[in-house]
Design a protein around this ligand. Structure first.
Ligand code: NAP
Length: 281
């Protein structure tokens, strides 16, 4: 993959090809307008991240159909929420998601959060079953720490192609990223813009001005140059299109290092600790 010339490169993992840049669809104030997803597809995005929990699957499905982009070109992700990780509930949740999206399959189906009260020995075979039944082309996990990821792999009869987790310049994910790579999986970064917290950062401002780019573009580029996929969200079609313009410049090693040095002990935004037993790295 050549990150500087490819329009929207993909990361290969256990047979999947995951587009490096996707669009997030978690609910925003006022919900999700299908126009924003249409705008994303028109701007060139081919990876759409949604989840049963977001309540946005119906709007996402409508947007895909309205966009005119062939279904086969889109890498479409959804997730099963932590309340539904028992085998029967899991299958029902997948059926509900596919019905809301009005599709026969998703490209990637993930466990949204681990649930300490439901053993992975029950959940992971249910996830693999959805793949074997053709309801998902690939499967993965979100918000698992390294120990839980290893348990998940042990109990899953099909390969997990990715881990989705929070990652942006204020949060050090070096250990988790290394673990994911060693397991042949792709890393998909959520909250890649720090949910807006990065936008007044002086170092990012300086690099963005020097490059003639926005802070969002610099933050996304920093992830892509680590071979991390990113799924930024915006309610604004212009910003969605701008966030896609990250394939025409390269950050230097010195710029990459300056951005990595922005990590903070309190950089995490999502709070999985209350849901995940055993800590978070
Ligand atoms: N697996 C999980 O547990 C999990 C958890 C959280 C998120 N996610 C996924 O990751 C996606 C992204 O994460 P996120 O939505 O939390 O945060 P994010 O993408 O880091 O940040 C979104 C915020 O950045 C703003 N923004 C976007 N582009 C901008 C630009 N170019 N200039 C200025 N502001 C900009 C948006 O405001 P405007 O709308 O005003 O542009 C919005 O407030 C979610 O939508 C969801 O799909 C997954």
């Amino acid at each position: 993959m050549n990150m500087t010339t490819a329009a929207n490169p993909t990361y290969a993992a256990h047979g999947a090809r995951i587009p490096a840049l996707g669009v997030g669809t978690a609910p925003m104030t006022g919900g999700l307008s299908s126009d924003t997803v249409v705008a994303a597809l028109r701007a060139g995005y081919r990876h759409i991240d949604t989840a049963w929990k977001y309540g946005t699957e119906r709007a996402v499905g409508e947007a895909i159909r309205a966009s005119g982009v062939p279904r086969a070109e889109i890498f479409h992700t959804t997730k099963v929420s932590h309340e539904y990780l028992r085998a029967d509930d899991f299958a029902k949740s997948v059926d509900e998601s596919l019905a809301a999206l009005k599709v026969d399959y998703v490209d990637l189906l993930m466990v949204h959060w681990p649930n300490p009260e439901i053993p992975l020995s029950e959940t992971m075979p249910a996830l693999a079953k959805a793949k074997r039944e053709g309801l998902a082309r690939h499967i993965g996990a979100a918000n698992f720490n390294i120990a839980l990821l290893d348990q998940a792999i042990k109990f899953c009869p099909e390969p997990l192609v990715c881990l989705q987790a929070e990652y942006h310049p204020y949060l050090d994910q070096t250990k988790l990223l290394d673990a994911v790579r060693r397991r042949g999986m792709a890393f998909v970064a959520y909250c890649p813009l720090g949910r807006g917290r990065l936008f007044s950062d002086p170092v990012l401002t300086e690099i963005a001005q020097a490059r003639g780019k926005s802070i969002a573009q610099v933050a996304l580029r920093w992830l892509l140059q680590q071979n991390v996929a990113a799924i930024p969200r915006s309610s604004n079609p212009t910003r969605i299109a701008d966030n896609f313009k990250v394939f025409d410049f390269t950050l230097s090693d010195a710029e990459m290092a300056r951005i990595s040095a922005l990590k903070r002990p309190d950089g995490r935004i999502a709070n999985p600790v209350e849901r995940v037993s055993g800590g978070w790295d």
